[in-house]
Design a protein around this ligand. Structure first.
Ligand SMILES: Cc1cc2nc3c(=O)[nH]c(=O)nc-3n(C[C@H](O)[C@H](O)[C@H](O)COP(=O)(O)OP(=O)(O)OC[C@H]3O[C@@H](n4cnc5c(N)ncnc54)[C@H](O)[C@@H]3O)c2cc1C
Length: 611
């Protein structure tokens, strides 16, 4: 049984020819009905596509491409492999035309495999783009940090005619995605709510992969690269007497200053340096210990191994998936308390369900979704978070989105053990000083220190407002501590959605008297700079949309655009078809053989289909 599944790095081939070449993910397109073909292709939207096209199929493929392009489907292919001497007469932007020298099945597979190996690898050197010259002495706004937030801010300033520069201390852009993400990482949030670029043709896949996020960041950075200065570390931000800021930085040996009217501090508040684990008796352990971040576990052979994952945050859930996809015989997650995990469809519903005037979902939908979620826990045998049903998640935790978590529990491939690792023995870990858990491989996913003191050190401020303003024209725009109410807002669970809204606030009030009106809004409060929380900027955003019609319009447009993108990509019926197919495939992958639907964990979400 092939262990690579739809979440791993592979390519799906839609075969519009009679060649039966071997491929792990080949779909033969036998139908002549274009709508039926498009439906079939969309059901498999989880891998990047290429097409193999014989000459007699060109008309059909043309029609399929028009349909997929019109809905900016992630299934729009990256390449078309053809047998004719000349490239087929297909007007397909962003699609490589690749000639197959032979129709011999083995040769076709080889050519596609070689293409996939190249296409699925992200060349990190692409992130090293910026202006090699000296930063300007004066700009409208200095952006500190070249992660996703800083780059998004730069693109909005460029569109708005506000001059800017990004100062990034590392030798590359990408922030946390280029520092700690694994090649196998995926965005937790469903794609349309973590969309950096509105594509013309092909959106990223749902729960986009690291490569897709880095490619989008590279594309965005290329459009603002004149204003990006790498290896430039901001050391101090000072306010002058004239409502200006002086940004002190070092670049190589040199220290210098930029004067600006504004500052966007886009340095992550929530995710700082990785926590260090200190376990006793390490030398007794004969297995392998790896870190679950920064691709440190790349190349590990999981096949038939028993794996212990330490921690239960997003990286822990991701590494459990990677181990199971790699063929681990069993995964035990050791955690102090159970993080909240939700099936993919709950995250989809959370974004696709309409909001009311107060940007809330109706109670009925919330209760219905919660009921399905709870049922998924019960049927799978996974342990519910200790805080349920009073709170949806523990304070400080995020919600991880994963179907394999539930399918794995149902098939008894995964379990959790609560407690702390107090030491190691020859064959595994010791939990709470007594329980021994065997492990061939131990994966460390114990999370990150917070970054929250750095903003204070750089700026000298101790307080700011709950709408991210530290001072006039100075915003601290970063992911904050995820407290209880983090998911109950029009931002959903997405930092990017939060940044999109607040960038519009910043641009509207930049160097304008509107800033003073905003500050006088009831509900705008002072908060501690080193203790920012999601609930604070959610409450601040609501105060703004309740007071300013223009900002309410901004929020409504943002939500409408996002919802349209969700529905364009997959309405509920398409989503359920896609998700159910993945669900059953997951069982086959974990069981090592195809399972009949009645042997799988019941896919209860079909009951959500409109009658
Ligand atoms: C695998 C993965 C999945 C994720 N999934 C989600 C999700 O589903 N939803 C969600 O909302 N979030 C998710 N996140 C969380 C993530 O923190 C945010 O989404 C987002 O990437 C944060 O970007 P940022 O630009 O604010 O910060 P960062 O990416 O941390 O970038 C900050 C930048 O500032 C630079 N910097 C710091 N100090 C200085 C200085 N003094 N001078 C100059 N430069 C400096 C740093 O070098 C860094 O490049 C995920 C993260 C990962 C890795």
């Amino acid at each position: 049984m092939n262990r690579r599944n739809h979440f791993t790095q592979a390519i799906r081939v839609a075969n519009f020819s009679t060649i039966k070449f071997p491929a792990d993910f080949r779909l033969d397109m036998d139908s002549t009905d274009v709508a039926a073909i498009v439906r079939q292709i969309r059901r498999y939207a989880d891998l990047p596509y290429v097409f193999v096209v014989s000459e007699d199929q060109v008309d059909r493929v043309r029609a399929v491409l028009v349909a997929l392009g019109a809905m900016r489907s992630p299934c729009y292919p990256h390449a078309i492999f053809h047998l004719s001497d000349a490239a087929p007469d297909i007007d397909a932007p962003q699609v490589e035309m690749i000639r197959l020298a032979s129709s011999e099945p083995g040769a076709v597979s080889e050519k596609i495999d070689a293409y996939a190996a190249d296409r699925l690898r992200f060349d990190e050197s692409r992130l090293r783009l910026g202006n090699a010259g000296q930063p300007p002495q004066q700009v409208d706004v200095v952006i500190v940090g070249g992660g996703i937030t800083g780059l998004y801010a730069a693109s909005r300033f460029q569109q708005s005619g506000i001059s800017f520069c990004i100062l990034e201390k590392r030798d590359r852009i990408g922030g946390i995605w280029s520092m700690y993400a694994n090649a196998t990482s995926r965005v937790n949030t469903s794609e349309a709510a973590y969309r950096l670029i509105e594509p013309q043709l092909r959106s990223n896949r749902d729960h986009s992969a690291t490569k897709e996020i880095l490619e989008d960041m590279t594309e965005l950075a290329a459009s603002v690269s004149d204003g990006v200065f790498l290896e430039t570390e901001v050391t101090r931000i000072e306010k002058t007497n004239h409502q200006q800021y002086q940004i002190h930085y070092t670049r190589g040996e040199k220290a210098a200053v930029i004067r600006s009217k504004g500052v966007i501090l886009a340095i992550n508040d929530r995710v700082g340096t990785p926590r260090e684990a200190a376990w006793d008796n390490l030398s007794a352990y004969r297995g392998r210990i790896v870190s679950g971040i920064s691709d440190k576990a790349q190349g590990v052979d999981w096949h038939d191994k028993s794996v212990v994952i330490v921690g239960m945050g997003a990286f822990a859930i991701e590494n459990a998936r990677t181990a199971l996809e790699g063929g681990a015989s069993h995964v035990t997650v050791v955690c102090r308390r159970h993080g909240t995990v939700c099936p993919k469809i709950i995250d989809y519903l959370n974004f696709a369900t309409p909001y009311d005037e107060a940007f809330k979902h109706d109670k009925k939908s919330n209760i219905r979704n919660m009921m399905y979620w709870k049922k998924t826990y019960e049927i799978s045998g996974a342990t519910q978070p200790e805080c349920w049903m009073g709170k949806v998640k523990h304070e400080g935790h995020t919600i991880s989105v994963s179907d394999i978590w539930f399918v794995g529990h149902f098939l008894k491939k995964i379990e959790t053990v609560t407690g702390e690792i107090t030491g190691m023995f020859e064959n595994g870990v010791i939990v709470n000083g007594e329980r021994r858990v065997d492990a061939d491989i131990v994966v460390n996913c114990i999370g990150f220190e917070r970054n929250h003191s750095i903003a204070k050190q750089l700026s000298g401020y101790t307080e700011m407002t709950n709408i991210n303003y530290v001072d006039r024209n100075f915003m601290y725009l970063a992911d904050a501590y995820i407290d209880d109410d983090a998911f109950n807002s029009f931002f959903g669970s997405s930092v990017l959605e939060m940044a999109k809204f607040y960038m519009e606030v910043f641009i509207s009030a930049f160097d304008s008297p509107l800033y003073d009106e905003i500050m006088a809004t009831p509900g705008i409060e002072r908060v501690t700079l080193t203790d920012r929380r999601w609930s604070q900027y959610i409450a601040g955003a609501m105060a703004l949309v309740n007071r300013f019609q223009d900002l309410r319009d901004v929020a409504q447009r943002q939500v409408a655009r996002r919802t349209d993108n969700f529905l364009e990509k997959h309405d509920l019926v398409t989503y359920i078809e896609e998700n159910k197919r993945e669900w059953i495939d997951l069982h086959a992958m974990l069981a090592g053989k195809p399972l009949a639907e009645d042997e799988c964990m019941p896919y209860v979400f079909e009951r959500l289909l409109p009658r």
